[in-house]
Design a protein around this ligand. Structure first.
Ligand code: SF4
Length: 414
């Protein structure tokens, strides 16, 4: 058995600033209606740039669901949505969030004094590039609150993103504009859209550079840091606030690289995380790996907010392409090539696949990928069963035993 020692990851100094940036974002949302601004709810890779450019305050239900998971509130809320007809086998973001709404509770009220509820939407906007669940999720709120749900039906399992794919999605995004103009009362200003797309692209570039600092050995940040520090990239893309934050975070991490400071003391094993985090176990998983000298330092998940195709010169088309280029939209053959590139870039010793019970879309272990990639690259794989939010699907003891044996297998094989 690998010897265990007490170890935690090194705190990122920019965390306090990030907390303030996130608080400002939620307070702004909370005051949006009182200030005469319309609120759009948007799925994680919905057309946030368009909504922002049209003056909407933009709220992301998946971010709220992740907060429910991280606050370990979900497991009690999922059964409430199950009782309303939503299966325990479907997305536990959806069931936690709907359960929270039905119970009238939100982690925002705990975190930010004075905020009592999530902001009431004027419109719900989805993109099915990640899964069908997001459309069903918005449909439920549409029925409950009597607000329109509009969006994009995206192709899935795309191998090569072609002009036909891009133009199909572009037309769908453009078709949203008349409804959004009517609801917002604002005409779309193309210059403002270009500027928002440009800011979003800048945010993406900074976030990519933040994540790529992990190519250094030792790595200055871990996947567990990334899941927290991606907050501004998720909810504030297209704003100057997100850019300002990532400039500061990047400078800190580059300083760590220059000084040879690792996030995990005594880093000896480098791990890639494939799949969703287990939000209610971030700290435990971070401690489990770091106590074994293993840095989980790169992931598909945190890299999913890198939209390199965004281009202010052609905002609609580039948004369509950026949303289609995403890993989750692509074929297994594309995904395997992508992961192989990540293994090389980050000099990875092993991959952990999280088989999330309620999210097949982010569980890439189910159709033979771990075996194929291991055979091709020689990088060993471990599959950990769990879930993003439903902690009833998580076995802590089994995870610990399997991770310990996996890290031991890697170190003994040297
Ligand atoms: S991708 Fe998975 S976690 Fe995200 S909304 Fe869809 S089913 Fe839920």
């Amino acid at each position: 058995m690998a010897e265990e020692k007490k170890s935690t990851r090194k705190k990122i100094q920019a965390s306090d600033l990030m907390n303030r940036v996130m608080e400002d974002y939620f307070r702004d949302l909370d005051g949006a209606a009182a200030g005469g601004r319309k609120v759009a709810w948007c799925t994680s890779v919905g057309p946030a740039e368009l909504l922002r450019a049209m003056g909407f305050a933009v709220y992301f239900p998946e971010n709220h669901a992740a907060m429910l998971g991280a606050a370990r509130m979900s497991t009690d809320l999922i059964p409430v949505a199950n009782a309303a007809g939503y299966s325990p086998d479907i997305c536990s973001y959806l069931t936690s969030d709907i359960g929270a709404f039905l119970k009238g509770i939100t982690p925002l009220a705990r975190a930010y004094k004075g905020i009592e509820s999530v902001p009431r939407p004027d419109v719900l906007v989805y993109n099915t590039n990640q899964c069908r669940d997001v459309q069903d999720w918005m449909a439920w709120y549409s029925g409950k609150l009597g607000v329109p749900s509009i969006g994009v039906a995206s192709p899935r399992s795309v191998h090569e993103v072609t002009d036909a794919h891009v133009d199909g999605v572009r037309r769908q995004i453009e078709a949203l504009v008349p409804t959004l103009e009517e609801i917002s009362g604002n005409r779309l200003d193309m210059d403002r859209l270009r500027e928002t797309v440009s800011l979003s692209r800048e945010c993406t570039e900074l976030w990519r550079r933040v994540l790529e600092t992990a190519a250094a050995a030792p790595s200055p940040l871990t996947f567990f840091d990334g899941t927290i520090h991606m907050g501004p990239a998720v909810v504030l893309r297209g704003t100057r606030e997100a850019i300002g934050y990532y400039e500061i975070l990047l400078a800190e991490l580059e300083g760590r690289v220059r000084d040879g400071v690792g996030a995990v003391e005594g880093e000896s094993v480098r791990i890639y995380w494939e799949g969703m985090p287990v939000w209610g176990r971030l700290r435990q998983h971070s401690e489990l790996f770091s106590a074994l000298g293993a840095a989980v330092l790169a992931s598909t998940y945190c890299s999913s907010w890198i939209f390199t195709a965004l281009d202010a010169r052609d905002p609609f088309r580039s948004m369509a392409k950026a949303y289609l280029d995403l890993f989750i939209v692509r074929s297994d053959a594309y995904k395997e090539t992508y992961i192989k590139g990540m293994l090389e870039k980050f000099r990875i010793d092993g991959i952990v696949y999280h088989d999330a019970k309620t999210c097949p879309n982010n569980s890439n272990n189910r159709y033979g990928m771990p075996r194929r990639l291991e055979a091709e690259t020689g990088v060993p794989a471990l599959v950990v069963s769990g879930d993003l939010n439903d902690l009833r699907c998580v076995s802590d003891e089994q995870t610990r035993t399997n991770v310990e044996a996996f890290i031991e297998q890697i170190t003994e094989g040297r």
